[in-house]
Design a protein around this ligand. Structure first.
Ligand code: SF4
Length: 335
C-alpha cells in the first residue's frame, strides 16, 4: 500500500488560487482559535505560542518527492493546516525551501486566521507570500468571542489594526474571507462594524460565506442562500466591492472557496493511491461521496469500496449535516 502522506495533500481546487498542492505545517488543532464552525474539530490545544512544530526538512523531503508528479497539474502551492499555520516558527524556512524547489513556476499561498499578524516575524514572512488569505469573521469583541472562541490574550482590535497596515504594505494578492453563522455574527450591527473595517483593508478579493460542512459545535448553523445573498447585497449597497482586481476570475468554477474546505483533485484510479490521498483529506475535513467522485475522478462503486473497510473498522464514520451525508476520519472531534 502506498505510504500515507504526512504533510502534503491534494491537489486542492479553489476559485481564488486555482489548483494547488496543500501543505499542512502544524499538528492537528494546534490553533489560536476554536471557531464554532471548524471542520477540523474542536481545538484541544488553544495557543498563540509560536514555536517549532513540523520541521522544514521533513516537509520539504515529502514535497520534493511529490512535486514533480503533480507540477504540471497545479497552479500554486498552499500552506495551510489543520490548525493555524503561522504558529509554526519554521514558517519562513518552509517558505524559503518551497520557493527553492518551485522557483518562479508556481505561486505560493498561505491561509491564516490572522491572529499572529502582530508578531513581527510572522508579519514579515507573510509579506513574502504571493497570495495571503486572511480570515476575519467578526470585528467586535462580543461577536469575535462568539464565532471564533479565541485564546484569551488575543485582542481583536490590535489584530485588525495590523491587518489594515499589512494590507497596505503587501504587494501580493490578498483574498479576505468572512464566514457568517446564523444568529452569531450575522446581525445588522455585526455586518455594519465589519463593513467599516473591510473598507480600510486593501484586499484583492472579498469572499463572504457560511458553514457548508459539519461544524465542530453542533449549535453552529449556516445561513440560507437567500439570507447570505441579502447580506452580500447589503454589503455591496454600502460601497464595498467583492473584487478589486480584474485579473481575478469571479466566475471560476469551483466546489471550494474556503480555507477550511479545500477540494482534492486527482486523476488516479489506483485504489491504493486513492486511499493515500483520501485518508489525509478525511482527517482534515468531512467529505461527501460526490466530492470524492468529482475530485478524485472515481466512480461511486470505487468510492464505496475504498471506504468500506475504514467504515467497518470505525476509522471513518458518517455524519449528516443539512440533509447531506459526510464521511470523516475518527480524528475529527465534534461536540
Ligand atoms: S476554522 Fe481554522 S482558525 Fe478556526 S479553529 Fe479551525 S483551524 Fe483554527
Amino acid at each position: 500500500m502506498k505510504k500515507e502522506l504526512q504533510y502534503i495533500f491534494g491537489p486542492i481546487n479553489s476559485a481564488r488560487i486555482g489548483k494547488s498542492l496543500g501543505i499542512d505545517v502544524i499538528p492537528k488543532k494546534i490553533c489560536s482559535l476554536d471557531c464554532i464552525y471548524c471542520e477540523v474539530g474542536i481545538t484541544k490545544s488553544i495557543s498563540t505560542e509560536i514555536k517549532p512544530y513540523f520541521k522544514p526538512e521533513n516537509i520539504l523531503e515529502e514535497f520534493r518527492n511529490i512535486y514533480p508528479e503533480v507540477k504540471d497539474n497545479i497552479d500554486a502551492i498552499t500552506i495551510t493546516g489543520s490548525g493555524e499555520p503561522t504558529l509554526n516558527s519554521y514558517l519562513k524556512d518552509i517558505l524559503t525551501g518551497i520557493r527553492d524547489i518551485v522557483k518562479d513556476e508556481k505561486e505560493i499561498a498561505i491561509l491564516t486566521n490572522t491572529t499572529t499578524i502582530d508578531n513581527k516575524d510572522v508579519y514579515k514572512t507573510l509579506l513574502d507570500f504571493d497570495i495571503v488569505v486572511p480570515s476575519l469573521d467578526a470585528v467586535t469583541k462580543t461577536a469575535f468571542e462568539k464565532i471564533n472562541k479565541p485564546a484569551k490574550e488575543i485582542d481583536i482590535k490590535n489584530i485588525i489594526n495590523h491587518l489594515i497596515t499589512f494590507s497596505n504594505e503587501y504587494t501580493g494578492k490578498l483574498y479576505l474571507e468572512v464566514l457568517l453563522a446564523k444568529n452569531v455574527n450575522d446581525q445588522k450591527e455585526d455586518i455594519d462594524t465589519l463593513i467599516s473595517v473591510i473598507k480600510k483593508i486593501n484586499y484583492t478579493r472579498l469572499d463572504i460565506g457560511t458553514i457548508t460542512r459539519p461544524p465542530s459545535y453542533s449549535f453552529a448553523t449556516p445561513l440560507t442562500d437567500i439570507e447570505l445573498d441579502e447580506i452580500k447585497a447589503y454589503i455591496a449597497s454600502k460601497g464595498v466591492s467583492f473584487i478589486k482586481d480584474n485579473t481575478v476570475d469571479d466566475n471560476a468554477n469551483n466546489t471550494v472557496i474556503s480555507y477550511h474546505n479545500p477540494s482534492p483533485v486527482s486523476n488516479n484510479n489506483n485504489k491504493d493511491v486513492v486511499i493515500g490521498k483520501l485518508i489525509p483529506i478525511l482527517k482534515m475535513r468531512p467529505t461527501t461521496i460526490d466530492d470524492m467522485i468529482k475530485t478524485l475522478k472515481i466512480d461511486k462503486n470505487t468510492a464505496q469500496e475504498v471506504l468500506a473497510p475504514f467504515l467497518q473498522s470505525g476509522e471513518v464514520t458518517t455524519k449528516e449535516f443539512n440533509g447531506i451525508l459526510y464521511y470523516q476520519h475518527k480524528v475529527i472531534k465534534q461536540v
